[in-house]
Design a protein around this ligand. Structure first.
Ligand SMILES: *[C@@H]1O[C@H](CO)[C@@H](O)[C@H](O)[C@H]1NC(C)=O
Length: 399
């Protein structure tokens, strides 16, 4: 039997197996979600299988499948859309068409996709940026960045930071008719991670004079040290984002060497020399009581020093913004965070809320009880609309 035949048989078995996927209680439109999950699960399982059989690298197949949903920059009756570069980084810019008597808001948006996937051109992101520009009368810059596994940390961070620094220049803002007092950063998932990281970096950067007014983080990933938080335990099989896929994304961000992925799966990747950092991600200290229920805190077991030496990225504050100390946090702008109950990344967001509040930063948390990771981008589901409305309302009032 050829490898392609095996793949085909595997697909048939998967289809039968995945046709019934339980979803958590209280989720609205469960059948639509089951349908979305079935498609996604089949896709990732097939892609995984193709990798095991040596046909194609997991991320290469995923990039290809997602790129089928990319759209060209197309202006509509409300918004002008164009692709350009900021500091050599490709970005897509959305400018409202209607006349504006005042300067506009500016929003710098960073897409998600586990640092490996996604693009400003990906249809759900294109739609979101278009609507944001129109509804908020804002100039939206949706940035691209180099992706793993071809490029590892800190390339992603640096691209985003370089594009943002370009945007935050007085003459660039005024070219686009943006009010320098009303510029914000936003991102979802890995984009939320990059948004939090660049917002912290700006505080340390004396060359940038224009300050951000807000940061908005949609189910962000904020630390790679403890991958056994209650939210990882409760949602290890999804919906949408499973623990194993998240671990794969985290490890690919730093290296394609699978020894890091393996250690991360066992939560034994932080070397002994760095165990003092655990206090920054100690869910026993930072999670609100109700999210700790039924869980017992275990100090993660220290791993080999070699991993930490070879791939210091996962211990870097630019990859794990929760590692920042209060002296930095206290200078952060007004913050908006969305967390979803059924999401491995839920507790990253919740811990950041506590840490920011303790540092005196004003934070609005929208915790979505029946939400799940990726809900924002599933435009066919009602929940996507509900999240988007909350997000837009907050931006309307605060940006
Ligand atoms: C985490 O916090 C708990 C209680 O707040 C404490 O007992 C434990 O030693 C802490 N662990 C680390 C590694 O900071």
């Amino acid at each position: 039997m050829g490898r392609k035949t095996i793949l085909f048989l595997f697909a048939a078995v998967l289809m039968a197996y995945n046709a019934y996927t339980p979803v958590p209680d209280g989720i609205e439109e469960p059948w639509r979600l089951v349908w979305e999950m079935t498609q996604m699960k089949m896709m990732t399982d097939l892609v995984w299988m193709a990798e095991l059989l040596g046909i194609n690298h997991f991320m290469d197949s995923m990039v290809f499948l997602m790129s089928l949903h990319n759209v060209p920059p197309t202006s509509d009756e409300n918004v002008d859309v164009m692709d350009t570069t900021f500091n050599s980084v490709p970005v897509r810019v959305y400018v409202p068409k209607r006349q504006s008597e005042t300067l506009r808001r500016g929003l710098f948006f960073i897409h998600g996709g586990g640092w490996c996937l996604g693009s400003a051109a990906y249809s759900p992101y294109d739609v979101l940026s278009r609507r944001t520009a129109d509804r908020l009368n804002a100039v939206v810059v949706s940035t691209n960045y180099r992706l793993a596994p071809k490029h590892h940390f800190p390339s992603q961070f640096e691209d985003v930071y370089n594009a943002l620094r370009w945007f935050l220049q007085q003459d660039v803002l005024s070219n686009y008719g943006v009010d320098p007092e009303r510029v914000g950063v936003s991102g979802d998932s890995a984009g939320g991670n990059l948004a939090a990281a660049v917002t912290q970096q700006l505080i340390k950067d004396p060359d940038v004079k224009i300050k951000l007014k807000i940061q908005a983080l949609i189910y962000p990933a904020l630390q790679a040290l403890d991958l056994d938080l209650p939210s990882y335990r409760e949602n290890s099989h999804g919906p949408i984002l499973s623990r194993s896929v998240m671990v794969r994304f985290w490890s690919e961000y730093f290296t394609t060497d699978q020894s890091l992925e393996k250690s991360m799966l066992f939560n034994q990747h932080v070397p002994m020399e760095s165990t003092h950092l655990f206090k920054f991600v100690n869910w026993s200290s930072w999670l609100p009581e109700r999210f700790k229920k039924g869980h017992i805190y275990k100090n993660p077991v220290p791993g080999s020093s070699e991993l930490g030496k070879k791939y210091p990225g996962f211990l870097d504050v630019r990859a794990s913004p929760l590692l920042a100390d209060d002296n930095i946090l206290r200078h952060l702008p007004l913050t908006y965070i969305i967390t979803c109950q059924y999401d491995v990344l839920r507790d990253d967001g919740l811990m950041y809320v506590t840490r920011l509040q303790n540092a005196g930063v004003q934070v609005t948390l929208d915790h979505i009880e029946n939400g799940f990771h990726g809900a924002f981008s599933l435009h066919k589901l009602k929940i996507s609309n509900r999240l988007e409305n909350k997000y837009m309302r907050w931006l309307m009032e605060n940006l």
